[in-house]
Design a protein around this ligand. Structure first.
Ligand code: 5AD
Ligand code: SF4
Length: 436
């Protein structure tokens, strides 16, 4: 047996990239690569990149700059760029950074083994096609998925919504749903390996439409029948694809967790229209009412963009009003970043200091709501899936149904156990509880 080659993967961006990184590790695993946590000992470094905002994309070039000295001392080191910057910039990456050996887009990573072989021969390759074949049909069957209690599972990729600010429809391509049977098989395999919670992933996950009329709600119901799978989550959803059957599933399926990430981006109808979101603030609020009717304890999460071109003080005030009306348990917020090739990039930007001030104000409100939601858990009983030992001896760390991080003193417990826990205290970023 030859000495295994070591692979270091750095993942930027969203959960889909986390999933993709694992699948890439599995694909290269079939070629004799084992993963390492230490970049210095790697024979191949793969950067799985994010293109969503300018700051995210710039990280690639600063990291590549830092890799120069590593490669100088180790000429056989292979460097690959994967993910959405690879898709968007392709050959340009090789031109700008000659130390890169291969560039592979998110739809072509089943071709990585061949590209790694080419790299070993000293050839550089770029593959940013949207091939007709399904990459999942050409990937090994989750051989390396490590024993752990939670996993991501991509069910849908791409986006047809074309929000005016967003690169996803260009980097990830058109919406494609994987066949339900394949998803169920993958889920069963994960559960056999000890997974108890699966998060279904898609850029527009609630728009999932498999062959034979499969919807996300139907998929959730089928997954809920798998013994040993105890928790189901899904992300990210678009308000317009939140169908009645999916809302109903939240009321009927105890395995479907009461936490929903449902980005709205803005609370101003004028801006929503300029963003091409195709819904109003009122429609979003009514939707949340219906969701909370089905599942009264639903913890809502969202995404916001401030400083979108044309956003006035009144538009921003409408966003703040919407946030107050929803009362989020969690939310992510970003300053608008003009992305090349998107319609909004052509429009006149909001002054940076105005956008900064709005972002601060919005984040303060969100933080208040987040803290209040956490504080409201104190005294309540929740279930906690233990994911790893905590920092203190005898302590376990895991997530509640509502996705709060919870620490519990529980000396005899095992990772992967789901415990009933009474919450006793709330710290800024986590809760503490006692097993009941
Ligand atoms: N600028 C700022 N934020 C953006 N997002 C997407 N595109 C941009 C952009 N150009 C945010 C949206 C989306 C999240 C994943 O990233 O809020 O929901
Ligand atoms: Fe981007 Fe809009 Fe599609 Fe979400 S729905 S991925 S924000 S285009």
């Amino acid at each position: 047996m030859p000495e295994p080659k070591k692979l270091f993967i750095k993942t930027y961006g969203c959960q889909m990239n986390v999933y993709d990184s694992e699948r890439m590790a599995e694909a290269l695993g079939a070629e004799g690569y084992v993963t390492t946590e230490l970049q210095e000992e790697a024979d191949m470094v793969l950067l799985n990149t994010c293109h969503i905002r300018e700051k995210a994309s710039e990280k690639l070039y600063s990291d590549l700059g830092r890799l120069r000295s590593l490669k100088a001392g180790k000429p056989d080191l292979k460097i690959g760029v994967a993910g959405c910057v690879a898709q968007a910039e392709g050959e340009e990456i090789l031109r700008r950074m000659p130390l890169v050996d291969l560039v592979v887009g998110p739809q072509s990573y089943h071709r990585l083994p061949a590209m790694a072989k080419a790299a070993a021969r000293g050839e550089k390759t770029v593959d940013t096609e949207f091939p007709a074949e399904d990459k999942f049909d050409h990937l090994p069957d989750r051989p390396m998925a490590k024993a752990r209690p939670t996993a991501f599972l991509t069910v849908q990729e791409g986006c047809d919504k074309f929000c005016a600010f967003c690169v996803v429809p260009y980097t990830r391509g058109a919406e494609v749903s994987r066949p339900a049977e394949r998803i169920l098989t993958e889920a069963r395999k994960l559960v056999e390996k000890g997974v108890r919670e699966i998060t279904l992933l898609g850029q527009n996950v609630n728009g999932y439409h498999g062959d034979d009329g499969w919807t996300l709600a139907r998929l959730v119901r089928a997954l809920a029948k798998i013994d040993g799978l105890d928790r189901i989550r899904y992300t990210t959803s678009h308000p317009n694809d939140m169908g009645d059957d999916l809302i109903a599933a939240h009321g009927e399926q105890p395995k479907l967790m009461p936490y929903l990430h449902l980005p709205v981006q803005s609370g101003s109808d004028r801006i929503l229209k300029a963003m091409n979101r195709k819904h109003t603030a009122e429609a979003y609020l009514r939707l949340i009412e219906r969701i909370r009717l089905a599942r009264p304890d639903m913890m809502m999460s969202g995404d916001f963009i401030v400083g979108f071109p044309g956003e006035t003080d009144a538009d921003f005030a409408a966003t703040m009003d919407l946030i107050r009306a929803v009362n989020y348990g969690m939310a992510y917020s970003f300053k608008y970043s003009a992305r090349p090739g998107t319609p909004a990039a052509e429009r006149t930007p909001v002054a940076a200091d105005v956008a900064d001030a709005r972002l601060q104000e919005l984040q303060a409100l969100i933080l208040d709501q987040q803290r209040a939601a956490q504080q409201a858990m104190v005294g309540r009983e929740v279930s906690v899936l233990y994911e790893k030992p905590g920092r203190l001896a005898g302590q376990m760390g895991g997530k509640s149904d509502y996705l709060h991080a919870v620490h519990v003193m529980d000396r005899t417990a095992q990772v992967g156990e789901i415990a009933r826990v009474r919450i006793t205290a709330s710290a800024p970023n986590s809760l503490t509880g006692e097993r009941v």
